[in-house]
Design a protein around this ligand. Structure first.
Ligand code: ZN
Ligand code: ZN
Length: 571
């Protein structure tokens, strides 16, 4: 007997799919590789151009598509929010990652962006391992690929920094790995898996980090050729601990000798406490050298090989983030020989990665994008030495000034609970107890902030919730503001000004503002389906995820507010 199908089912079976209509199968790349370079300014692409050989940045630019004017569209421009925004296609106002740390009002304590006390470390120390993407409120493009393939696509995050791995890998990731300096290992948490795969344990046991630190850090090219950078010995660079001056060669074997100051006990995945083997070397030092990026490539290539990524007949996603550029940038500043050397070496690492993709996945078979989680300001000392507008103001100076101003107005009491991410968190229960209107208190804080050097604006949380800005400083603040986690008053510093201590001289630099030096980052696409070319169109970091969704024919992330970039799509 012939089975009678209900009408709707017949209709569905009869309906040709898009692929059948065009006579072609659905095409997707074998692999997507997302590369986030921590603290990479847009101008590094061209500043060191003459010293990049053909295989790294030049290959991306020559064979791929470059958006020359890609900017962040919120503050603060920090690592956690940056990685979250690239992968969710939206801003902190929606994905909730408002900083690397923030004050939790209900608990009266600070939390860390990927902190999760409900999970246990896998392969590393307790402090390094209780991590997950639980604070992230939106799905990521990696989550959406997992959903679109009914969880058959593999998505894995790799970075030295936990937040550079965990946030991009998303909630539904197969794994995320990050570096634990106490044992020099790539570790994970029980959020992903109960134990490290055997190949990861083997990689860790090989002692790569110690081997990299066994040689001094010398410049890749003769030091006299670093004409794009300041002299080696300048007062605004911070020397390594144990070094007299911040100059080459940096004697890593001596500087890394001896155990780090504090080693937290490891808690293995089973929950039983086991001692980490006592380290005889400070393996955390590798973060502040270009060799941490080499170690990251080593581990990424091993991940591709061992997990057969891009070779399984389905699209996989490797979310890779190079963190050491940020540590080096903070310590030495963008105009240092150390920063230049780190980018010249990163360029070689990219060439190594692209070669491996050619061999393992096939030429043109992987879709690659490269961007940064934020850029960076010039070092204050450097800027001032060249008469450029710049300055430093200490965050504790700001916090204490506001606290004292409120004591003068309202009497004794701990009125300021915290100052983080350029935001003042007020003691709301105390204000309520003393019958002081929250809106008035926020206005009083704003007035106090505006008397401080370097502060040009102060927006209150109530202002931000009542008004809408489509451009300018207000837009950056509004996009970075998520009421349940953000502070009561948000500070804006003058261009070139940083939160830093100025005595006797500000060492190194930072990022976090809406200045172009912090928001302008590279955005390069290369490989499968990518049109060759470049565009000077003003695009936003939140446009990356919906563009990837178009390449892959999948849903954009749940909180997505960006739009697909059509020029790169090649169709
Ligand atoms: Zn960063
Ligand atoms: Zn940083």
């Amino acid at each position: 007997m012939k089975k009678i199908l209900p009408f709707t089912m017949v209709a569905l079976l009869a309906m040709p799919t898009l692929a059948q209509k065009s006579g072609k199968p659905l095409l997707r790349p074998r692999l997507v590789v997302g590369i986030v370079v921590d603290q990479m300014r847009y101008d590094y692409l061209y500043r060191y151009w003459s010293k990049y050989p053909a295989g790294g940045f030049r290959r991306l630019l020559g064979e791929g598509f470059s958006y020359e004017s890609c900017h962040y569209n919120y503050v603060p421009t920090y690592t956690g929010p940056g990685h979250a925004s690239v992968y969710t296609g939206t801003t902190p106002a929606v994905h909730g990652i408002i900083g690397n740390n923030w004050w939790v009002r209900e608990e009266g304590r600070e939390t860390y962006v990927t902190e999760d006390k409900t999970v246990q470390p896998v392969g590393g120390a307790l402090a390094a391992g209780q991590m997950s993407p639980r604070h992230l409120l939106s799905t990521t493009i990696t989550d959406e690929l997992r959903l679109a393939t009914n969880f058959q696509a593999k998505t894995i995050g790799v970075s030295m920094k936990d937040r550079g791995s965990i946030l991009p890998a998303g909630h539904a990731a197969n794994a995320a790995y990050w570096y634990d300096g106490t044992n020099g290992a790539f570790v994970s948490s029980t959020f992903y898996q109960a134990a490290l795969p055997e190949w990861v344990a083997r990689f860790n046991a090989a002692g790569h980090a110690a081997a990299y630190l066994a040689q001094p850090w010398n410049t890749l090219l003769p030091i006299g050729e670093y004409t794009e950078s300041s002299a080696d010995d300048v007062p605004w660079e911070a020397a390594f601990k144990g070094e007299t001056n911040p100059v080459f060669p940096h004697d890593l074997p001596t500087l890394s000798a001896g155990a780090p100051a504090a080693v937290t006990p490891a808690l293995k995945n089973s929950g039983e406490t086991k001692a980490v083997p006592a380290p005889t070397q400070n393996l955390d030092l590798i973060r502040s050298t270009p060799f941490g990026n080499s170690l990251t490539t080593d581990f990424a290539l091993e991940t591709l090989r061992q997990e057969q990524m891009g070779q399984r007949g389905i699209t996989d996603f490797l979310a890779l983030s190079y963190s050491c550029t940020d540590y080096v940038g903070h310590q030495f500043g963008p105009n240092s020989i150390e920063a230049e050397d780190t980018y010249l070496r990163l360029d070689r690492e990219l060439a190594r990665l692209f070669d491996a993709l050619d061999k393992q996945v096939g030429k043109g078979q992987a879709l690659v994008f490269l961007t940064a989680d934020h850029a960076a300001a010039h070092a204050v000392g450097f800027a001032q030495a060249h008469r450029l507008p710049s300055g430093g103001v200490g965050p504790s100076v700001i916090r204490d000034s506001v606290q004292h101003a409120l004591v003068r107005q309202y009497g004794a009491g701990q009125w300021v609970l915290s100052y983080e991410n350029q935001q003042v968190y007020l003691n709301r229960p105390l204000l309520k107890k003393k019958n002081i209107d929250l809106g008035k208190a926020q206005q009083d804080v704003a007035a106090a902030l505006l008397t401080l050097p370097g502060v040009t604006q102060a927006l209150t949380a109530l202002d931000l919730q009542r008004a809408h800005w489509s451009e300018g400083l207000g837009m950056y603040q509004e996009n970075g503001f998520y009421a349940p986690r953000s502070g009561d008053v948000l500070t804006v510093l003058a261009p070139g000004w940083l939160e830093a201590y100025a005595f006797p001289v500000v060492k190194g630099t930072t990022h976090g503002s809406s200045g172009a030096y912090d928001t302008h980052v590279p955005l390069l696409f290369w490989g499968w389906g990518v049109k060759r070319g470049q565009s000077s169109a003003a695009v936003r970091i939140v446009d990356i995820a919906p563009t990837l969704a178009q390449f892959l024919h999948i849903q954009e992330p749940s909180g997505c507010s960006g739009v697909p970039l059509r020029e790169v799509l090649g169709r």
